[in-house]
Design a protein around this ligand. Structure first.
Ligand SMILES: [Ca+2]
Ligand SMILES: [Ca+2]
Length: 145
């Protein structure tokens, strides 16, 4: 996924008007680990992997306003994935959302992402799990800059 596609994903496909370009950039930077301006499946998986211990201390002192802003972004992303709006992301919804962005993604890769995201193993990713996965990742990315 290229940066421009990612931006489009938020501004056009998602029809979200309350996100600023800066916030979108922030999300992209957080996910694009190797800074090549492209999102790979690996980066998406990594982004789902969760907390890095070394950042925990600094995370506690994290600006609550920025945290709220990040949570809003993650909630927006969750709503995009949760197509039937039942506050659960099933493997089918995950597949649909990811395939719309990357038609080459395999079933195996989608299952891996699901496995990492579904922490209580009830076969769907709820809003809390989604935030738990993405928030620490985005925070640590900001703190490391
Ligand atoms: Ca759903
Ligand atoms: Ca779950």
């Amino acid at each position: 996924m290229e940066r421009s596609e990612f931006n489009q994903f938020f501004t056009k496909d998602l029809t979200v008007k309350n996100l600023t370009m800066e916030e979108i950039e922030l999300v992209f930077e957080a996910v694009d680990m190797n800074k090549d301006g492209l999102l790979s499946v690996n980066e998406f998986c990594l982004c789902l992997e969760g907390v890095q211990q070394s950042f925990e201390q600094r995370l506690r002192a994290f600006d609550p306003d920025l945290e709220k802003c990040l949570k809003d972004d993650i909630n927006t992303l969750f709503d995009f994935f949760d197509t039937n709006k039942d506050n659960k992301i099933t493997i089918d919804e995950l597949q649909l959302a990811l395939k719309s962005q990357n038609s080459l993604i395999t079933q195996f890769e989608i299952e891996q992402i699901m496995k990492q995201g579904d922490r209580d193993m009830n076969n769907y990713i709820d809003r809390k799990e989604f935030i738990e996965i993405l928030l620490p990742q985005m925070k640590s990315e900001i703190l490391s800059n």
